[in-house]
Design a binder for this molecule. Sequence first.
Ligand code: GDP
Ligand code: MN
Length: 379
Amino acid sequence: MKLLEYEAKEVFRNYGIPTPEGSMATSPEEASSIAKVLGGSVVVKAQLPVGGRGKSGGIRFADTASQVFDEAKGLLGIKIKDVEIKKLLIEEKVEILEELYLGVTIDRMHKCYVILASNEGGVDIEEVASKTPDKMIRLMVDPIIGLRSYHANFVAKKLGYSRKRMQQLGDLLLKLYKLAVEMDAELTEINPLVEVKDGFLAVDARLNVDNNALFRHSRLREKLIESYLGELSDREIEARKRGLIYVELDGNIGIIGNGAGLTMATLDTIMLYGGRAANFLDLGGGATADRIRDAVEFVLSDARTKVLFVNVLGGITRGDETARGIVEACKVHDGKPIVVRLMGTKQEEGQRILRESGIQTFETMEQAAEVVVGLMGEG
Ligand code: GDP
Ligand code: MN
């Protein structure tokens, strides 16, 4: 989940990372009244979940409230990189001495957070990293030891700071690392982090939170679900609330698979045999009987689902759990036929449980798909 700059800055301030003064606006009137309160020159910033706004004209400078009104009017409603601007951040314009880059992200190879820092801030950082890698400082953080003040001061020193400035920058980095860990950030970055007369300010802010960790951040989770309104159907939103990955289509066969790859392959196979999917639901890995019951009930409760095809290739998902979940769901929703392809971990036990409940099971996806499409043909 990508937070907008003004949302990320709110989090930054909660962690004691200083940002310029400012507020979010959704209309030119609001923008100019914020500018009046701030006084002096301001920056009008399009709030978009994409980088490089400056280059695309999404960052404007204004000296008076009426200029702010005009800039805001010009930005709201237009598109940058295909995304419509609905919100602006109006901030005091700060005097910049230096522009730095500071980021914390995950190094998947080393399985840890990595601190990225550079004196080449304010510009396209990917380019700095690829063209002049020596200008990028990288520090892997041992998750057990964490980031200590001597690590942070080392980074600040490498950026050319000493004494009080080094302490300030080191302190800011410690806060950014703490934020990354506690917010389950996939990426958090400040580009540019600017040096001003009496310290440092995060002039830009990015925070991408791992969607799989949103159960720990209920307010963000609600926000993400709100952002689906108008974009997803009511049932798709309901599914998200229940933590299910579910997409509606326009056919009549309900599809449940485990894992995105297998689920897509199931859709293809149904198409190949001449059928059309009503929806699909991806169970992911390691679903328990309860979760499978909820998933089956959810797909069956779609009025357009006339037949349900469950395709599970068990690794960490167990066949017996899968079968129990399906049988449980059938107790509530009998009537609609269910065809299961079940292979992998505990397949014999799973197949036995299904057979005893009179549910058809197959060992290959093709066999099962043919039967599913055949059932539709009869209906
Ligand atoms: P981005 O283009 O989406 O990364 O947006 P940024 O917020 O990083 O702004 C782009 C650039 O605009 C910065 O690197 C600065 O050079 C400039 N800028 C942004 N805010 C200020 C400010 O308050 N004062 C000054 N002087 N420049 C700013
Ligand atoms: Mn930036």
